[in-house]
Design a protein around this ligand. Structure first.
Ligand code: SF4
Ligand code: SF4
Length: 373
């Protein structure tokens, strides 16, 4: 049964899901009514509607019947693409960004023995690859190198892959492009001859767990918890609230690892009312910002408004969107790996040109080190 049919059959019009969702409040009286209009082809006349949903899954958590309107919007998007009615003009920058992330300017796969500093420890076998994801590389190439060095110190047989997981294409309904990206990633893993991928971005984790079924897909944060991190003895205790990305809504172990890492780093966690399973989307989910930028900004501002403490998040995209809306927010990896993290908490996100330059520089730096190895 499709998600649309499921909603038509099971939605009781109780409207509990509308309480938490500005998209639903704006576009329907109830999800059943929205499903009826999609069934009757309304989304073809007004494709912006399914593209304005954040695909964040909060409705499924609020719904007594566990109905997920985001999944219905995703089905509508795929249908629009297959009928040639989408992607829309506003999605062009997303396609360009994906093409850049998949281009030779950034994409890279290096085996474990690529770093002169760890040459003696390296057994020349690549058992696993670190996949930081495109957004974290755009956020901070130095941070990615620090994290990679740390993993290699502990697990020398770790290679690295730079690129995108393809989620932006999947989320706008471009399944063919998405599968091409995933196939490229599989080729990288085959080339490195490794069986495990260590993933930093929760959105990549969500995507790759479902599409790299022959590989072990591990969360970087669970791994860091297992490997242990150094407590910054000079750090003054700071109270943080955690913004859980909507892609990590169902990842209880990951959510707990983040909190444990923050505590191990010497800080305190004060839970938000909307966290973990009931977390709010930062506004970037589902690529809705391309179509509904105001709704997207409104969602980020809601999180900021509801927060009394500085925020920690573990998604570079959430970090960027919250920072752009004025939040005091830090990426958990900056908190753990940078002793001067206080300066990062008010840093604005990199603009698109600077973000690409960060990605390019990271690749060059890795290649430079590989040549020395
Ligand atoms: S909470 Fe579930 S049953 Fe109630 S209106 Fe929303 S989708 Fe329908
Ligand atoms: S997936 Fe998120 S944005 Fe979309 S309808 Fe559900 S709660 Fe609203």
């Amino acid at each position: 049964m499709s998600n649309l049919e499921n909603i038509l059959e099971n939605c009781t019009d109780c409207r509990l899901c509308l309480d938490e969702c500005d998209f639903l409040k704006k576009h329907c009286i109830s999800p059943r009514e929205l499903a009826e209009s999609f069934r009757d082809g309304m989304h073809k006349a007004n494709p912006k509607i399914p593209y304005s949903c954040n695909i964040c899954g909060l409705c499924e958590v609020s719904c007594p019947k566990k109905l997920n309107i985001g999944k219905m919007c995703l089905e509508a998007r795929s249908q629009l693409v297959s009928e040639g009615l989408a992607p829309l003009e506003q999605h062009k920058p997303l396609a360009e960004a994906l093409n850049w992330n998949e281009s030779n300017a950034f994409k890279l796969a290096l085996p474990a023995c690529n770093n002169y500093a760890f040459k003696e420890q390296t057994k020349w076998v690549t058992k696993r690859a670190f996949f930081p994801g495109c957004a974290l590389c755009a956020h901070s190439p130095g941070l990615v190198l620090n994290v990679y060095d740390y993993i290699q110190q502990k697990l020398p047989s770790t290679g690295i892959i730079l690129g995108c997981c393809g989620a932006p294409a999947h989320l706008i309904g471009e399944e063919q492009r998405f599968l091409e990206v995933v196939e490229g990633l599989k080729s990288n893993l085959e080339e490195l001859d490794c069986s495990e991928i260590i993933v930093a971005c929760p959105c990549c984790l969500y995507t790759l767990k479902r599409y790299l079924s022959n590989y072990r897909v591990t969360s970087l944060y669970s791994l860091l918890e297992e490997l242990g991190i150094l407590k910054n003895e000079k750090a003054e205790l700071h109270q943080f609230s955690v913004h859980d990305p909507c892609s990590a809504r169902q990842e209880l172990d990951l959510q707990n690892s983040i909190r444990n890492l923050i505590r191990t780093a010497g800080h305190e966690v004060v839970e938000l009312e909307h966290s973990k399973e009931s977390t709010y989307c930062c506004g970037l989910g589902g690529m809705a910002f391309a179509i509904a930028p105001n709704l997207s900004a409104q969602k980020a501002r809601r999180i900021i408004r509801d927060t009394e403490h500085d925020l920690v998040t573990y998604c570079a995209s959430c970090h960027g969107n919250l920072a752009a809306q004025g939040a005091r927010v830090i990426h958990v990896l900056d908190l753990i790996f940078d002793n001067s993290w206080q300066d990062k908490i008010v840093a604005p996100p990199a603009d698109p040109a600077a973000a690409r330059e960060n990605q390019r520089q990271l690749k060059l730096k890795l290649l430079e080190r590989a040549e020395m190895a």
